[in-house]
Design a protein around this ligand. Structure first.
Ligand code: BES
Ligand code: MN
Ligand code: MN
Length: 456
């Protein structure tokens, strides 16, 4: 531990400069105008893996953005850890709300502000530096493989094919991912599950063209009004989702499991103050921790239609749209839920409009084992570097590839995230605390140590 701490403290500044360089690439996978930057980012990641000590590094092309694969095999008879991360980031919009530019990383109050600082460049880069550290101080106790992709934020649609075509190359005993949150440095935690996702876009069409709202208004169904009604009807007065069959497959937690999860520190008034809301909202009968971790939800992610420019234009729009996502919990299936949504939405639409539901990407929920060698290694590593037992929590976000690793490769995952829920992921002013970055680099080698030891 001493040696690890010393190496981190001796190299602090360089680690940060390298991360800054990585953060300066605007690697936005959703927007084709950043294609060249995406490829430069992949190259940068590959170079850094190579200099950290990987034997082979390859930038593997896909139908979309490339996957960076690297490995260091010290002995085939030793266990292998597969580190997964993503070098793509979410679009920075709305850009005017950033206090400093999203791709010019800036330190304020001991925090790194930049798009991707936490999700996921800052987090996967901890693994690259932890790997360098283990190589330099001669303490890599097992084999390591890296798979850093560029399409996580757009649904990882080409990663599945890569995984199924490279089963031998990806062979490992555990997948290790830092792309989730912890409660805080004072309360380290390990996420033991992720929600799945079903994402759809809906289009509501009224008349075949925009109309004068004075001439036709009142006589023709307004798609924006009707869309608002349809959406509003999808939660009942207890905020339960009204789609028939939506909850059928949901695995209810036992009272004991619920108690366990609700023991995690959570302060409702701080939560409200942080978000500047006077009251919380959610499914009746469940706590906030349950609502965000173990219950399925339906959220509107965007809604538009009609005139949204400056000033007023009296128009009855021809069309209105919304993007809607549903977070899923164990036993629910993404395709099935998408179909339930589609059937329901079509069935409740009045005859005055036509509706079209287009499915986007989805992903399956997962729970990760807490009795495995790998989970125990993560617990021990955190205990040693934080001086506290990690609290098990359920994460609200989704990393669809985790279920795929299980299905295709038969490998379970450990979610050892070092971000905070308040790091503004996908929002303006995304940040990552310097302390969390360095703590992560210190903790990862301990995970490797205990994983190798416990595997013996
Ligand atoms: N790293 C996040 C997921 C996450 C964040 C999990 C915080 C747990 C806690 C990931 O990059 C992400 O944003 N995933 C998307 C899904 C994807 C299919 C676009 C999400 O959760 O919305
Ligand atoms: Mn992520
Ligand atoms: Mn993300």
């Amino acid at each position: 531990m001493q040696e690890i701490r010393r190496y981190v403290s001796d190299n602090k500044q360089r680690f940060l400069e390298e991360l800054f360089e990585l953060l300066r690439f605007p690697s936005v996978s959703a927007d084709p105008k950043y294609k060249a930057d995406m490829l430069k980012t992949a190259q940068y990641v590959a170079d850094k893996l190579k200099t950290a000590g990987a034997d082979t590094v390859e930038i593997c092309p896909t139908a979309g953005y490339p996957i960076v694969f690297g490995e260091k095999i010290i002995d085939r008879s030793l266990p292998t850890v597969l580190v997964y991360g993503h070098y793509d980031v979410q679009p920075p919009d709305p850009i005017e709300l950033w206090h400093t530019p999203p791709f010019e990383p800036t330190i304020r109050d001991e925090k790194i502000y930049a798009r991707g600082s936490c999700d996921d460049k800052g987090q996967f880069y901890m693994h690259v530096k932890a790997f360098e550290l283990m190589m330099k101080i001669n303490s890599l106790p097992c084999n390591v493989k890296f798979m850093i992709e560029g399409e996580e934020e757009v649904g990882s649609s080409n990663l599945g094919i890569f995984v199924s075509q490279n089963k031998e190359r990806l062979k490992a005993d555990v997948v290790l991912i830092s792309d989730t949150s912890m409660i805080g440095l004072e309360n380290p935690s390990l996420e033991t599950g992720l929600r799945g996702l079903s994402y759809v876009e809906v289009e509501v069409t009224g008349p075949d063209r925009d109309l004068h709202s004075g001439v036709y208004g009142g006589a023709v169904g307004n798609p924006a009004t009707i869309l608002a009604k349809l959406i509003a009807s999808m939660h009942d007065e207890n905020n339960h989702i009204t789609i028939p069959g939506f909850y059928d497959d949901v695995l209810e937690l036992s009272e004991q499991e619920r108690d366990m999860l609700n023991r995690a520190p959570y302060n409702e008034s701080e939560y409200k103050v942080d978000l500047k809301v006077d009251e919380l909202w959610g499914e009746k009968g469940y706590t906030t921790l349950e609502r965000t971790g173990t219950r399925p939800t339906l959220e509107v992610n965007g809604i538009w239609g009609g005139y949204i420019g400056e000033g007023a234009k009296t128009v009855l729009p021809s069309k209105a749209y919304a993007k809607i996502s549903m977070r899923l919990v164990p036993n629910q299936q993404s395709d099935k839920i998408t179909k339930l949504f589609k059937d329901h939405f079509e069935s409740i639409a009045p005859k005055s409009v036509k509706v079209k539901v287009t499915p986007h990407h989805g992903g399956e929920p997962v729970v990760t084992p807490t009795d495995s060698i790998a989970f125990k290694a993560a617990q021990k590593a955190i205990f040693e570097s934080f001086g506290k037992e990690p609290i098990p929590t359920r994460g609200g976000g989704s990393i669809p590839i985790v279920a795929l690793f299980e299905k295709e490769l038969g490998i379970k995952t450990v979610l050892m995230g070092f971000g905070l829920d308040s790091d503004n992921l996908h929002s303006p002013n995304e940040k990552f605390d310097l302390a969390n970055f360095y703590k992560g680099i210190e903790t990862i080698p301990l995970f490797f140590r205990y994983f190798a030891e416990l595997s013996k």
